[in-house]
Design a protein around this ligand. Structure first.
Ligand SMILES: [Zn+2]
Length: 669
């Protein structure tokens, strides 16, 4: 084709559509390759060329054939979106509304049976058919698995909401996910649930709707959805009452002192949107991608009905991100621990959302190629909640295309896989090893050894492999910028204090494929010594619960790859049996040691926080009250079955405050 000729429109349309479908699919597989803004920009371009293109009307993604499917009845719809503050007043029209923050997570449906037990969970999917993720959801500690309510037996409930990753927990898992946004779909997209338990444990759920079903009659098994009128006789006429009721069942709804509030439609809506968004963005444990307004009158909400895409009784308000235009100075590349090449653009410094920006993410090779990004190009950048801004569009192309590197800095060829480029050398790629080295240091948690210091040690050549750490001398460290005698002595001492490494930590620090800390703990518990782990065969390993053949092969292969590191390390450190049992024994004098504790009702902090605290002092958290239970933790005297049972059995009930006092008491010798 003559390059001077403009690209025919249909080719441009199809190229945009195929990109949109690719990115959509990657997103739902938990491997989002571009930012929301960049994605929206592609959709906008396609919309201008062909507003009715089928790629635009796709709500979700193609379902993978292997997973069990769940039919949503009624459909799980999206929300109507607006970026115009003036739309809010039109929508409100003086009516009562419930205002809440729009949690940036993944929509899920949770179905409870007539006895109140959670029996099925599913993703939104394409709105009509979702994927069954019941096995995953059972590990989410913050979710009620068994509802206690007065109408048990006559109705069953389906609760819908957003599953999200608490931002405070993310740093612990940042090695495992490309970004915060990918973590939830990535975790639910995995078939091997056992390998994701630690992630699932910390996930949170924001409930935003509840549906009630009853049996039509005793003969047919068909369950009928209660309409708003019938529902109002059971649980109230308003959306706010619905939320309060879900709150009592143990769901987080953004109430009571959270972000959800009842407001009157007479409010100055545009001013309200601005202050609410600003307030919601502060001190939250989740990312927010806007506000949601919903009519409080449930009958009216139902009467308004829905389009094929969204209900008419609610509206999402999103803020247009601030955008700046600047020039790409150069495109920098680096190789991550997985061998994947990442790209970032150094840009001419520019003001954006109150900060001076000099770097922006470029996502992946495909994004750079199709977007035409290259040094000299003028680009639009935005910063949306993320710390590092991303490039969302081309303003003026550069004179020359970007020349992609052909090889990794280690010398081996780069190969393409999906939208990414990877180093083809998996065994001794030096840049990749650098990342692994940092991972080793982080896993050992050496006091005073920050990422910055590690980088300095690497740059000065003092740290080439993990074993080099243990031969560092005070006189080496003191030469590093920022170190004085005292800090150098402290660092060397802190490193020397780590010369006895528990087996599980040792294995985890090697950054083996499929070798997260949970897996490594299992292996350590089973094989006890490093020699035995090194001698283990695929057969022996795969006897472990939840180890698929592929995981076993990956684990063993990467363990072999790390043999040179291991052999060097063993000259300096000793790998010891896991001490967590001894650590636990040190709590033997604690008043809660080996006590069975049951928790019920609402607490001021997430339940999993207490579960973890209790386990740390050697207590066991149990799910029901029996004669073997030592304490029931419950904030108010309620009619809940656990409370009644505890009273009947004479089991002491303590409040959250009393629990905290006990938790903080020191073990008696
Ligand atoms: Zn390489």
């Amino acid at each position: 084709m003559n390059p001077k000729q403009p690209v025919p429109q249909e080719i441009k349309t199809e190229s945009l559509a195929s990109q949109i479908l690719l990115y959509k699919e990657l997103y739902y597989l938990g491997r989002a390759a571009i930012s929301d803004e960049a994605y929206d920009e592609l959709e906008n371009q396609l919309r201008r060329l062909d507003p009715n293109h089928p790629a635009l009307s796709f709500v979700g993604y193609k379902l993978k054939d292997s997973a069990a499917k769940v039919l949503h009845r009624p459909l799980m719809l999206s929300l109507a979106k607006s970026y115009e503050p003036s739309d809010l007043a039109t929508f409100a029209a003086g009516r009562d509304l419930v205002l809440s923050d729009k949690v940036d997570g993944m929509a899920l449906s949770l179905e409870y049976d007539f006895s109140g037990r959670l029996f099925r969970a599913s993703t939104r999917g394409n709105g009509q058919l979702g994927e069954d993720v019941t096995r995953h959801v059972m590990h989410v500690l913050s979710l009620p698995k068994h509802l206690q309510f007065e109408l048990i037996g006559s109705v069953r409930f389906e609760v819908r909401g957003e599953m999200y990753f608490p931002t405070g927990e993310f740093p612990r898992f940042s090695e495992r996910f490309d970004s915060y946004r990918n973590a939830v779909p990535g975790t639910f997209g995995r078939k091997e649930v056992d390998e994701a338990i630690d992630v699932l444990n910390v996930l949170r759920f924001r409930a935003y709707d509840v549906l009630a079903f009853c049996k039509q009659n005793d003969v047919t098994a068909e369950h009928v959805l209660l309409n708003a009128d019938e529902f109002s006789r059971v649980l109230g006429k308003t959306y706010f009452e619905k939320l309060k009721w879900m709150e009592r069942l143990g769901f987080d709804t953004g109430l009571p002192e959270g972000t959800t509030q009842l407001i009157s439609g007479q409010h100055q809506m545009d001013a309200l949107a601005e202050t609410a968004l600003a307030a919601f963005k502060q001190n939250r444990d989740h990312q927010i991608d806007g506000l949601v307004l919903r009519l409080n009158d449930e009958m009216l909400f139902e009467a308004l009905g829905a389009t094929s895409h969204h209900p008419r009784g609610s509206l999402a308000f999103k803020q247009e991100s601030e955008v700046a235009i600047t020039e790409i100075l150069q495109i920098e590349t680096s190789i991550g621990r997985s061998g994947k090449m990442t790209f970032r653009a150094q840009v001419k410094p520019v003001q954006l959302s109150g900060a001076v920006i000099s770097y922006a993410t470029l996502h992946n090779a495909e994004f750079i190629r199709t977007g035409g990004y290259a040094p000299g190009a003028l680009v639009r950048i935005t910063r949306s909640g993320e710390v590092i801004p991303s490039i969302i569009g081309l303003e003026k192309p550069a004179e020359k295309e970007f020349q992609f590197p052909q090889t990794c800095p280690c010398g081996y060829l780069l190969t393409a896989s999906g939208p990414d480029l990877y180093c083809s050398q998996s065994i001794s790629c030096a840049p990749k090893d650098q990342e692994s080295l940092l991972y080793f240091v982080q896993t050992l948690e050496i006091i005073g050894l920050s990422e910055k210091t590690t980088t300095k040690l690497r740059e000065t050549g003092l740290l080439k492999t993990p074993a080099d750490l243990f031969t560092l001398r005070v006189e080496d460290v003191i030469q590093l910028e920022g170190f004085a005698l005292k800090s150098a002595v402290n660092l060397v001492a802190a490193i020397q204090a780590k010369k006895k490494i528990p087996l599980a930590t040792f294995l985890a620090s090697l950054g083996l494929k499929r070798g997260g800390i949970v897996k490594c703990r299992e292996v350590a518990a089973r094989f006890s010594t490093l020699d035995r782990v090194l001698a283990a065969t695929a057969d022996e390993l795969s006897q472990e619960k939840g180890w698929a053949e592929k995981s076993t092969a990956d684990f063993l292969e990467s363990l072999q790859m790390r043999r040179p590191w291991i052999d060097e390390l063993l000259k300096h450190v000793s790998v010891v049996e896991d001490t967590s049992l001894q650590e636990r024994a040190s709590f033997a004098g604690h008043p809660l040691f080996e006590k069975n504790i049951c928790i019920t009702g609402a607490l001021s902090q997430p339940r999993e926080i207490y579960v973890r605290k209790l386990e740390t002092v050697g207590a066991k958290v149990v799910s029901s009250v029996s004669s073997k239970t030592h304490y029931l933790v419950c904030n108010e005297e309620s009619g809940s079955s656990k409370f009644v049972q505890a009273k009947k059995l004479g089991i002491p009930v303590m409040s959250e405050a009393e629990l905290n006092t006990m938790l903080s008491s020191a073990p008696t010798e």
